[in-house]
Design a protein around this ligand. Sequence first.
Ligand code: WTA
Length: 630
Amino acid sequence: MDSSYDVGLGNYDSIIRNVANKDSIKFWESQAHNIHWFEKWHTALEWNPPFARWFVGGKTNAAYNALDVITQKKPDKKAIIWEGENGEERILTYADLLQEVSKLANALKKLGVKKGDRVTIYLPMVPELIISLLACARIGAIHTVIFSGFSAKSIRDRIDDSKSKIVITADGGRRRGTVIKLKDIVDDAIKNLDFVEHVIILEHTHNDVKFTNKDKRWDELVGPMDVCCESEMLDSTHPLYILYTSGTTGKPKGVLHGTGGYLTHVFSTFKWIFDIKDSDVYFCTADIGWVTGHSYVVYGPLMHGATQVIYEGSLDYPTPARIWNLVSKYGITILYTTPTALRMFMKNGDDIPNSNNLSSLRLLGTVGEPINPKVWKWYFETIGKKRCPIVDTWWQTETGGAIISTVPGLETIPLKPGSAAKPVPGIHLSVVDDNGNKVKSDSKGYLVIENQWPGMLLTLWGDDEKYKAVYWSKYKNKYYAGDYAMMDTDGYMWLLGRADDVLKVAGHRLGTIELESTLVSHKSVAEAAVCGVPHEVKGESIIAFVVLKSGLLSDAQLKEDLIQHIRKTIGPIATPDKLYFVEKLPKTRSGKIMRRLLKAITQNEITGDVSTIEDEASIDEIKKAIAELS
Ligand code: WTA
């Protein structure tokens, strides 16, 4: 190993690992004491496989932990330094945030929102997004945030599944200099959904919007509300949020997280991984529409009283220097971003970061996809100037918080470019084969989690059976993560991408089956197959193969129509890079589309066994379509 990567912070300290290894439940219980409880739990973990309930009997509140705990000590500490893409700035202290959250919480109560009710939030990256999540948490309503890059149909499916009676949105959001009209999209999404009682609209971009009798303007509704709102004392197991994520079936899954266990996991991992100090200025570039934003923009930093930068817009707009301008302007000390963003920054050349003052940085993080060693080294050398440790954090929407990462706040271990290192204390992992047997060091296998951890999902919203089937049916009593991994002889983990039909496009999780059913829902399409292929910047890009209904002819217009159909149905994040028309799709004899084979064909590397294929002619045909069109 190259000793130049042997940097870290804190003191090497394996004591905590030893404690955690002896009894992980007791260990997590000791961690739970770090958050505020109105009443203490009587049972640390109730495990009715595969359902885990942490700190049963305990009463707590996520918003109280994120706001009141800090406000009582440091009301004037800056919580949010917000910058809009157009250069607007706002600063909110912890006291400001508490006041705004309390007012919105009172407004929600006035609209009839009760404990356990669902509230859908579809907002750009503005402080009111954080305020909305915390207002729900304060009164025990379950928030369900939808990323503002999703389109009307995706929003509708999620609102319909969660049966939210309130939707919080804005007139618009800013992206690359244009205004995305969010309220119009919501109008479309909730047409004829009678259970949606009210829509709260934040005026942000001041574009024209049509008001209906369900609509309430944020300022008019929230402005007059009382600035105090007691936090509900909620059971530790009370659901905090639903976050929809793509899986291997057509319908997105509503991952349901609880309160006390989730907060404990997020509190501890935020401290261990980012080694947070009172003087830090933290910047996580994730949108709150994704789990990274929930855990490490909202709950983690706020529970620690951190000061953070929130930015609405593209990190390379209006110039590729935007991200580095933010770092030098606000003196950012901790930067947490994605490999896709780093690949983009790297492509833009070293002159751009080199002409900005990045000396404030002390710790760098990455999340969401495997990071190529080359990009890791660039991050370490060009951005961190070989001074800043890199934390490569592996986790999932379902895990609630980080599972694998170095923990500079606890111990210093050598870094290996491209490896996320070791599980955080209190987590036991294995890499296993199809039969559940551990594979040898340096061999590829499936990543499983062997024990229960406090951030783990409670279930999938309204679908316990699917929860059991997706995560717990492949192996008995082991959580199946759906990722390939390898453990080296030093016990370091190398994450090798998804083992299922889930894509990671620019760090966003998309299901191939979801994309295929969207294509098939178009009137001209008989069948469709989608696969992901390596992409220089986005990590993976989407390639679609379409079989038209008989008699229909393919042309450039139809291709464009199909691409637009995906953008409108799922959202711009799902736009295929290439779309080919073919006569047949390669299938196994049992009728399953061979997506892996498609991927191999597109990359000219058919080496595997194709003996189960139903019609070998389809391979030649797909090769022909690709040759003709590329
Ligand atoms: C992938 C994002 C390699 C992985 C927090 C996982 C990673 C999926 C890493 C979950 C990493 C996340 N290295 N791969 N550091 N972090 N992944 O639910 O495939 O959007 O299963 O959660 O992202 O994506 P999700």
